[in-house]
Design a protein around this ligand. Structure first.
Ligand code: ATP
Ligand code: MG
Length: 562
């Protein structure tokens, strides 16, 4: 038996439960409802549940909460399995479904009926709502509440056989219609739904409600710690009530923690689905989506996501984490591993007037500044080059160390060049720079001691590869779009910009999903769906520096969230 470092309150509890001998094996579960793709909030729950399992040599189930037929789809099930694996976790044999336990859950319900603590109610849904009362007003008992056990059992069995229409009856727990906790006012346990289930087909026409199915599934699987988000805190008395009544051999304990919220995005499957339905994004795996599929396609490494939730911790306090925290985790991860390349996002032509027309030199370029093991590559250098439009300023301030008329700059792994002449089109836009190069300044030769302050990136015009590069920005303009009534009204209209970029020829070998750093620009990755060698499609994963940090902190300190 191994132990777990008590680095948060949940691991502290688990640590104590192992120390005291209350449990000798820890069993947890991640219980997604397959009604959408997983998002960054789920990453936290996955890392917590599977993490605790790993750290204690325990077991963790991946259990689909499939009690809501009609809303659930096989596509989501497959996506969820893929995502959990991709994040680096393995459920082994422990892939289950709430529907695997439908027989047992049904038996447990019959038992509650036999014990006289569950009854079949025949009020309509509206009447039930009306009897429930409000937060300040006690509810009223249903006129059907005192049916005999025999009558209840008979009705419940006939519900199962399909003798009644949807909504005609419902099985309810008999707890307390005056409880200040609404969840205890005779909650529904089973409802009639004549609808096929994706796994059990037409075997059932009654389905257990979430709270009941969830508690029972936890008990059947021998879950020791049932970890869920804070909105279930008020459901815990009901969770415990089921366990008290049925007294199963394994008694799980529910512990709640606060949800992970990420600034400038939303973490609700329902709202994410609305983004798709409204055509705001292209799908669940749009690289702007905070879904695991979107983040993977964007190029976020799994290790960076794990590190991100580790830094966020597990607490009971609501938190809205800055995007910068996630982006720093990504930069740290990719900074080590991603090879360096050059690409020009907004190209400006440079012609070296004193460089021979047909000459091509192969420049040695390091693939990584701090890791010689990653080797070098050759970059062709020729008379016509592309540089970044931003790297030239006609009316430049004194401290602008890139290219300006009459000024000099170093081309990385190339030569120092001087801008002699600016060429404009009829509209007056700068379309070309006529420059001269200094043949004594080739990088790595040390034949000249000329020094310039600025170094810029470039690509040979005759050798460059055209690529469609997608530059992503925040999806929303508000730090906490969840708190805005109409979250679709605070969309960032500039969350995607596509540019026609030119890349150095070595990038012809870029494979789908492969990440590289474009020097001075950021980390980029070849799109996993659309990229081909002939028509490259590249996603910007993240910029090199956190230009957002300051803006974001200011916006968040003035936002409603603490
Ligand atoms: P959504 O509101 O997006 O539908 P959900 O909680 O209904 O989320 P489930 O599929 O039921 O989604 O969630 C599976 C597990 O993930 C649950 O245990 C839930 O508590 C947890 N979870 C969901 N969202 C978050 C979040 N933002 N932070 C941490 N855990 C989360
Ligand atoms: Mg849910």
């Amino acid at each position: 038996m191994s132990d777990v470092a008590p680095r948060d309150f949940i691991r502290q509890i688990i640590h104590e439960d192992l120390e005291s001998g209350k449990h000798d094996e820890i069993v947890t579960r991640f219980p997604p409802e397959p009604n959408g793709y997983l998002h960054v909030g789920h990453v936290m729950s996955i890392c917590l549940n599977f993490g605790v399992g790993q750290e204690t040599n325990g077991r963790t189930f991946l259990r689909f909460d499939d009690t809501n037929p009609g809303k659930e789809r096989e596509e989501y099930v497959r996506a969820i399995e893929y995502d959990v694996h991709w994040l680096g976790f393995d459920w082994g044999e422990r892939l289950t479904h709430a529907s695997d336990y439908f027989d047992q859950i049904y038996s447990a319900a019959e038992k509650l009926v036999e014990m006289g603590v569950a009854y079949v109610d025949s009020l309509s849904a509206d009447e039930i709502r009306e009897h429930r009362g409000t937060l300040t007003e006690a509810g009223r008992n249903s006129p059907y509440r005192e049916r005999s056990v025999d009558e209840n059992l008979d009705l419940f069995r006939r519900m199962r056989k399909g003798e009644f229409a949807d909504g005609e009856h419902v099985l309810r727990a008999k707890i307390d219609m005056a409880s200040p906790n609404m969840n205890l006012r005779d909650p529904a346990l089973y409802r009639i739904r004549h609808i096929d289930h994706q796994r059990t087909a037409d075997k059932w026409c009654i389905y257990p409600m979430y709270d009941f199915a969830h508690t029972m599934s936890d008990a059947f699987e021998g879950i020791t710690h049932s970890l869920c988000t804070l909105e279930f805190e008020d459901h815990r008395p009901l969770y415990d009530w089921f366990l008290d009544q049925l007294n199963p051999p394994h008694r799980p304990r529910q512990i709640e923690f606060s949800r992970l919220n990420l600034a400038y995005t939303i973490t609700s499957k329902r709202k994410l689905n609305m983004l798709i339905d409204n055509g705001v994004v292209a799908g669940w795996d749009d690289p702007r989506m905070p879904t695991i599929a979107g983040m993977r396609r964007r190029g976020y490494p799994a290790a960076a996501l794990r590190e991100f939730v580790r830094r966020g911790g597990v607490t009971k306090k609501d938190k809205l984490i800055e995007m910068g925290v996630l982006e720093n985790c990504i930069r740290e991860q990719l900074g080590e591993s991603a090879e360096r390349r050059m690409g020009v996002l907004r190209p400006l032509k440079v012609v070296l007037t004193n460089y021979p027309e047909d000459k091509v030199e192969m420049m040695q370029a390091m693939n990584h500044p701090n890791n010689a093991d990653l080797g070098t590559r050759e970059m062709p250098f020729s008379r016509e080059l592309w540089i970044e439009q931003d790297d030239f300023l006609e009316e430049a301030p004194r401290k602008f160390f890139r290219l300006k008329p009459g000024g000099e700059v170093r081309l990385r792994f190339g030569y120092i060049i001087r801008c002699d002449e600016v060429v404009r089109n009829a509209a007056g836009d700068v379309v070309e720079l006529r420059c001269s190069y200094d043949p004594d300044t080739r990088s790595g030769t040390g034949s000249s001691d000329k020094k310039v302050k600025g170094t810029i990136h470039w690509v040979s015009a005759t050798h460059g590869v055209r690529a469609s590069v997608r530059l992503y920005d925040r999806l929303f303009t508000e730090p906490d779009p969840n708190s805005v009534e109409d979250f679709l009204s605070v969309l960032n209209p500039d969350s995607l910009e596509t540019v026609d970029a030119i890349l150095e020829p070595a990038l012809r070998d870029l494979q789908q999903s492969q990440a590289v750093q474009f020097e001075r620009l950021g980390y980029f990755c070849a799109d996993s769906a659309e990229h081909t060698a002939d028509a490259p499609v590249i996603n910007r994963i993240v910029t090199l520096r956190d230009s957002w940090a300051k803006i974001e902190r200011q916006a968040m300190s003035s936002s409603a969230l603490s």
